[in-house]
Design a protein around this ligand. Structure first.
Ligand SMILES: [Zn+2]
Length: 450
């Protein structure tokens, strides 16, 4: 039987695990990478020559909330506390039917910017279905909230189990259990009480589910944890919530509560103190760095340079479109790289390191580096082509510098997962963004938000 072979060609091939290949090609057979080599005269059943472009592994978006994509632009409050209060109000106004089309729109934006692996924290669960339907790879963390006295921990855990069961059944229906794995996200220390945080940690350990949580993001959160003061504390007093603040900064609290471990992703850590960074490093926990969201919400710039010196694995994430404004991971990359240079006065991480964070290192953090993250024979064919013919790419001999300093979502010409083309030159194969946009607008207008 003849094999289903596609040859992808471009001016540059960036395997990530090896040095770039000028004028190279990648041979894809049955969804898998069969060869990575200099251009040959070979012909397959299909040859896609992208010319002035870079072929590279698909990108990893290390933290997102796809379901909020349709709420973009509806919340422009700052600082952080006011922003998150407004987001909670907006969510309460939205009907449940909004979350799936909103997540699918987010998935489309990811595909169009070359992302093939999305790590998403979801309340509704809709992002898991969106990733499955879109044909993307990913990790979906089911969120848990519980700061009011009721419902109790046992009831919340029962609900969590039911939601995870429903997600597993849905993924099985889409035959997506290999591509998309599940985790649990106790949202943050100001939305999850101490007893529940510990109960979720125990449950996740029993079930071998990884954890993701937002921590040390804002000064308001740190004030709450350290001294029981500030905006969160005032809100709890008004709502008659008896919040026992731990009298330590947030990550130190998580350490003391036994939450930190190598399966934990700490999102943000913008306000992490040096002692807390050492706790993260010792635990083997990773950090999701979302610098545009942090800048937008006035929460600071995470000490990525220091994190990496301690060996803390770092992934880049866009966070939601409500905070970052767009899900274009290239914008995140550029902002991240330049902000670190501006604050650390060091040329580290290098351009190559940053592209590594978006690919192989990102895949390693999510435990999928044996399958994806680099262009190597035997790995799954999660591949993108980035066109480099715009003037901004002129005289950029280093492809890593070109990608970090000049690339943007619109330059992506091809997004492929498992050898399946999800996007090519502006056309989607699994999603219909125009219809999704019309549907989300209709739902938003129905509740007076459109
Ligand atoms: Zn987030």
């Amino acid at each position: 039987m003849e094999r289903d072979t596609v040859i992808l060609r471009a001016k540059w091939v960036l395997p990530i695990s090896h040095d770039p290949i000028a004028d190279g090609e990648v041979v894809v057979e049955d969804g898998q990478i069969a060869e990575v080599r200099p251009r040959s005269g070979a012909s397959g059943s299909e040859v896609l020559d992208f010319g002035d472009a870079i072929l590279m592994p698909g990108l990893v978006n290390g933290h997102c909330h796809l379901e909020y994509t349709a709420l973009r632009g509806l919340d422009d409050r700052t600082p952080f506390f006011d922003w998150i209060r407004r987001l909670v109000e907006l969510k309460a106004q939205c009907p449940a039917e909004l979350w799936l089309p909103s997540s699918l729109l987010g998935a489309a934006e990811q595909i169009a910017s070359g992302v093939t692996f999305v790590s998403d924290n979801t309340d509704s669960g809709a992002s898991a279905e969106a990733l499955a339907r879109a044909g993307l790879r990913g990790r979906v963390y089911q969120e848990v909230f519980g700061i009011e006295p009721e419902p109790d921990d046992a009831t919340i855990l029962q609900t969590l189990k039911a939601k995870l069961d429903a997600l597993r059944a849905m993924l099985a229906r889409y035959e997506a259990t290999e591509r998309i794995t599940l985790g649990v996200a106790p949202h943050a220390i100001y939305t999850v009480r101490d007893s529940l945080m510990r109960a979720v940690r125990r449950y996740a350990s029993e079930q071998r589910l990884p954890l993701s949580l937002h921590a040390a993001e804002s000064s308001e959160e740190v004030a709450l944890a350290r001294s029981g003061s500030g905006s969160f504390a005032e809100m709890f007093t008004q709502r008659k919530i008896n919040y026992l603040h731990p009298r330590t900064p947030p990550i130190e609290y998580l350490h003391n509560a036994g939450v930190l471990a190598s399966d934990v992703q700490v999102v943000h850590a913008t306000r992490a103190e040096p002692r807390e960074l050492e706790m993260l490093a010792r635990a083997g926990a990773s950090v999701a760095h979302c610098p545009r969201s942090n800048a937008r919400l006035l929460t600071g710039i995470a000490p990525v340079y220091a994190m990496r010196r301690l060996g803390i694995p770092v992934v880049l994430g866009t966070d939601s479109a409500v905070s970052a404004g767009s899900l274009d991971i290239w914008e995140e990359l550029r902002f991240a790289a330049l902000a670190q240079r501006a604050t650390s006065y060091a040329a580290q991480p290098s351009w190559r390191d940053w592209v590594g964070l978006l690919t192989l290192e990102g895949a390693r953090v999510f435990g999928v580096d044996a399958q994806v993250g680099s262009l190597e024979v035997g790995k799954r064919a999660d591949i993108i082509a980035v066109r480099t013919h715009r003037l901004a790419f002129m005289s950029m001999p280093d492809p890593y510098a070109a990608l970090t300093l000049a690339a943007r979502g619109e330059d992506v010409a091809l997004t492929m997962v498992d050898g399946r083309v999800l996007y090519r030159d502006g056309a989607f194969t699994t999603l219909a963004p125009d219809a999704l946009r019309a549907e989300t607008l209709r739902i938003l207008q129905g509740v007076g938000l459109g």
